[in-house]
Design a protein around this ligand. Structure first.
Ligand code: GLY
Length: 357
């Protein structure tokens, strides 16, 4: 039960976060994202400055990454499921109208964030999945396309050849299998650099993703999260990105939060919703993110050996423009920066972290 002091602190935090005074004092439009979103943040902020709606802007921003064949964790070029098929998840939330939309396990569409936005705008549903989501996208004229690139197909083939049974056998790669000489032999014509990357992806499957949150000087806030999910996943696996409250949450009175990294861990703590509620109670954005990470660590009794098996990152943007981010592990691991644009060029800012590697 809350004592009187905690109740007052909580309600004054809520008033501070929800008070229009904070939003009115905002002088700059602000867009933040995961580290892979420098270009996305710039594009979104340019659109907001030109008068676009905050959701239109952040979706246009992440479209850059979805369409980028070099980003192997989002949209076109994302790493596929275990059968070599790319399955995408995305969600959007629009603060001013308090609406949400999402798609999960959608195949063949390069920009799932657009389809999530269409679900929000054109239906009274919140989430469409799988074949239904694809058929819905097609009714709006989106073509069904092959989302594998030569690079992501190569990574999938290397992954298949890296698998072994208990006796060390693999039908794709009978005999001795090693990541160096044998790789070159089996993939003639591929550069050592690409093969080294593919091997790394095979051994350490990624859960990349982009989350992008945008706030304008009128105090309107929106967010989007989009991903190709966990590489080599079981077909049909859905991560946190399309789950409202896990991969994304926006509350026009408080702020917004999102996540990248191992979605299963996030879903178990409803990370984005937890962070927004922490901010509502007066917690600054970075501490709010760290608190969500502590809940994940608590699920493993803070056992570092178990927590070492994954990465997860949270991002938060409050209505007064204060933002922050936190990652589970400090050091060189992915997610140690996040992208920020408050006008002009985007920059990276450091994430706080919960644990030292
Ligand atoms: N966070 C992306 C995923 O786990 O699918």
């Amino acid at each position: 039960m809350m004592n009187r002091r905690e109740w007052i602190a909580g309600t004054s935090g809520l008033a501070a976060a929800a008070g229009s005074g904070l939003a009115q004092s905002l002088r700059k439009n602000i867009v933040i994202s995961s580290a892979n979103g420098l270009a996305a943040c710039k594009k979104a902020n340019q659109m907001i400055a030109a008068g676009s709606d905050t959701l239109d802007a952040v979706v246009a921003g992440v479209n850059i990454v979805e369409l980028d064949p070099e980003d192997t964790s989002v949209g076109y070029g994302g790493l596929p499921n275990e059968e070599g098929v790319v399955e995408l998840d995305a969600s959007v939330m629009h603060g001013p109208t308090r609406r949400a939309g999402s798609v999960a396990s959608i195949r063949g569409i390069k920009t799932p964030s657009n389809i999530a936005k269409l679900v929000m705008e054109q239906t009274d549903h919140v989430m469409l999945v799988g074949d239904g989501a694809l058929r819905f996208a097609k009714t709006f004229g989106y073509p069904e396309e092959d989302l594998l690139t030569p690079k992501s197909r190569l990574a999938w083939r290397v992954w298949k050849q890296s698998l072994k049974d208990a006796s060390g056998h693999n039908n794709w790669a009978p005999g001795l299998w090693a990541p160096t000489a044998e790789l070159k032999h089996r993939f003639p014509g591929e550069s050592e650099e690409v093969l080294a990357w593919a091997w790394e992806m095979a051994v350490h499957p990624t859960t990349g993703t982009i989350n992008c949150l945008g706030l304008n000087t009128k105090g309107e806030i929106s967010g989007v999260t989009t991903t190709s999910g966990l590489a080599w996943k079981i077909p049909g696996r859905v991560g946190d990105s399309p789950i409202i409250g896990a991969g994304l949450y926006v509350d026009q009175d408080v702020g917004a939060a999102g996540s990248t990294g191992r979605g299963e861990e996030n879903i178990r703590v409803c990370g984005a919703h937890t962070i927004v509620e922490n901010m509502r109670r007066g917690m600054p954005p970075t501490e709010a993110c760290l608190d969500a990470l502590k809940r994940i660590a608590r699920n493993y009794n803070n056992d570092k050996a178990k927590l070492d098996k994954f990465d997860i990152n949270f991002y938060a943007l409050r209505m007064d423009g204060v933002h922050g981010a936190a990652t589970l592990w400090g050091g060189k691991r992915r997610g140690s920066n996040y992208a920020v644009n408050d006008g002009g060029e985007s920059r990276h800012e450091p994430c706080a972290h919960l644990l030292e590697a």
